[in-house]
Design a protein around this ligand. Structure first.
Ligand code: ATP
Length: 378
C-alpha cells in the first residue's frame, strides 16, 4: 500500500509497503522517526485511507470500511482512560456500549483483568495506578473486545526504561496467552528484538527487510538494517573469486578476506559490502589462523562493564568496532595506539544487498511467512 499526503519532502510517507502478517503473530514495524510506521498502522486501523493498494483482513478488502467496523483495536502511548471510572468500568465500557449481556461483561472483564494481572485493582481509579498498570488497563480495554488484530503505537514510550523492559516481557506473555495478532510500532530496536515473532524494518516509506529477530540481526539484508539494529562493521571490496562455497574479496590494498556464499548471485568483479558484528571479532597481537582477518591500530578503548569496546583504524582506512567480553578470555588487552589483528569466522560475516527501490516487493516477507496471512496490507 501507498500513502501520499501530498507534501512530504522526497515523496510519499509510505512509498510501497507489501507484507503478510500471520494470524496470532507478534509483528513489529521498526524504523527511525518519520519512516512511515505510524501511517502504515493508521491505514490498517482505518484512520487513514491508502492512496493506493489494498488491506486484506482474512481475505476481505478493508479499504473504505470505517475504523469501527474493522474488528481491529488500537492502543496508544497516551492511555486515554476515563479518570472518573474504575478500572473494571473502563474495561467494560466498550462491551456496555455494544449491549453485551451483563453476566458476559462481568465474566469477560474479570478474565482479562486476571490476564493483565490487575484483578485486585478492579475498583481502583486510574490515578491510583502506576504508568505501567494504566497501560495494562488500556490493553485490557482493547483485548476484552476480542479483536482480530491489536495495533499498538509505541505503547511503552511514556514509561521509564526499567518499567518498559518489564512491560515488554509482560506484553509478550499476554499476547501469547490471548493468541491475538499484535502489530506493534516502535523505533526501539531492543524492544522489537525482545518481543516480536517477526520485524519489518522500515526506512523512508519502504520496507528494507522482514524477518525474525535473529535473522534481522545476524543476516541484515541491507547496510541500513545492519546499522539500525545494533552496531555493525561494514567492509567494502571487490569480489575476485565467487562460487557456491563463497568467495574472496580484495580490499584494494592487497589484503584479501574470504566471504561466505550470499543469497544473491554475485559474479567475480562485482563490488561487495560485508557486515561483521563487533562481538564476533577477536583481537590478537598477530595473525590468527586462517580466519578472515585485518590489521589495524587501536584508536579508542571504552570500558562497558560486561565488555570493552575497541575502535580500530584498519589498514584499509575503515574503522571497525570490536566488543571483547570482560570474562578473562581475551588474548590481548590492547591500549590506544597498539597494533592488533582482527579475525572472525567467515560464517560470521554477511554480504549485504542493495537498498530496495519503491515500490518494495518484499519477496523476503513472503518467504518468511509461516502460514497464510490473516492481515495483508499490499
Ligand atoms: N497527516 C499528515 N499530513 C501530512 N504529512 C504527514 C501526516 N502524517 C504523517 N505525515 C508525514 O509522513 C511521514 C511519515 O510519518 P509517520 O508518522 O508515519 O512516521 P513514523 O515512522 O511513525 O515516525 P515517528 O516514529 O516519529 O512517529 C513523515 O514525514 C510525516 O511528517
Amino acid at each position: 500500500m501507498v500513502k501520499d499526503f501530498g507534501g512530504v519532502r522526497g515523496g510519499a510517507a509510505v512509498r510501497g509497503v507489501n507484507l503478510t502478517i500471520a494470524e496470532g503473530e507478534f509483528f513489529s514495524l521498526l524504523g527511525p522517526s518519520g519512516c512511515g510506521k505510524t501511517t502504515t498502522l493508521r491505514m490498517i486501523a482505518g484512520f487513514e485511507e491508502p492512496s493506493g493498494g489494498q488491506i486484506l483482513l482474512h481475505g476481505r478488502n478493508m479499504v473504505g470500511v470505517p475504523a469501527n467496523k474493522r474488528d481491529i483495536n488500537m492502543v496508544f502511548q497516551s492511555y486515554a482512560l476515563f479518570p472518573h471510572l474504575s478500572v473494571a468500568d473502563n474495561v467494560a465500557f466498550g462491551l456496555r456500549r455494544r449491549r453485551v449481556p451483563k453476566d458476559e461483561i462481568h465474566d469477560r472483564v474479570d478474565r482479562i483483568l486476571h490476564t493483565v494481572e490487575l484483578a485486585e485493582k478492579a475498583d481502583h481509579r486510574p490515578r491510583q495506578l502506576s504508568g505501567g498498570q494504566q497501560q495494562r488497563v488500556a490493553l485490557a480495554r482493547a483485548l476484552v473486545n476480542r479483536p482480530r488484530a491489536l495495533l499498538l503505537d509505541e505503547p511503552l514510550g511514556a514509561l521509564d526504561l526499567k518499567l518498559r523492559q518489564s512491560m515488554q516481557l509482560e506484553l509478550k506473555r499476554i499476547q501469547r496467552e490471548v493468541g491475538i495478532t499484535f502489530i506493534y510500532v516502535t523505533h526501539d530496536q531492543a524492544e522489537a528484538l525482545t518481543m516480536s515473532d517477526r520485524i519489518a524494518v522500515m526506512n523512508g516509506g519502504l520496507i528494507e527487510q522482514v524477518a525474525c529477530p535473529r535473522e534481522v540481526y545476524e543476516r541484515p539484508a541491507t547496510a541500513f538494517v545492519a546499522g539500525f539494529i545494533g552496531t555493525s562493521n561494514l567492509i567494502s571490496g571487490r569480489l575476485t573469486t565467487a562460487g557456491p562455497e563463497g568467495g574472496v574479496i580484495d580490499l584494494g590494498d592487497g589484503q584479501r578476506i574470504t566471504v561466505p556464499p550470499s543469497g544473491a548471485a554475485r559474479t567475480a568483479g562485482s563490488d561487495v559490502q560485508l557486515t561483521v558484528r563487533p562481538e564476533k571479532i577477536t583481537l590478537t597481537s598477530g595473525p590468527a589462523g586462517d580466519a578472515s582477518r585485518l590489521r589495524g591500530t587501536v584508536s579508542e578503548v571504552v570500558y562497558l562493564g560486561t565488555s570493552t569496546s575497541y575502535t580500530v583504524a584498519t589498514s584499509t582506512g575503515a574503522e571497525m568496532t570490536v566488543f571483547q567480553p570482560n570474562d578473562g578470555t581475551a588474548s590481548v588487552v590492547p591500549g590506544r595506539g597498539d597494533t592488533v589483528w582482527l579475525s572472525w569466522a567467515t560464517a560470521h560475516s554477511y554480504p549485504l544487498g542493495a537498498t530496495p527501490a519503491a515500490p518494495a516487493t518484499s519477496a523476503a516477507a513472503d518467504r518468511a511467512v509461516p502460514d497464510s496471512g490473516s492481515l495483508t496490507p499490499s
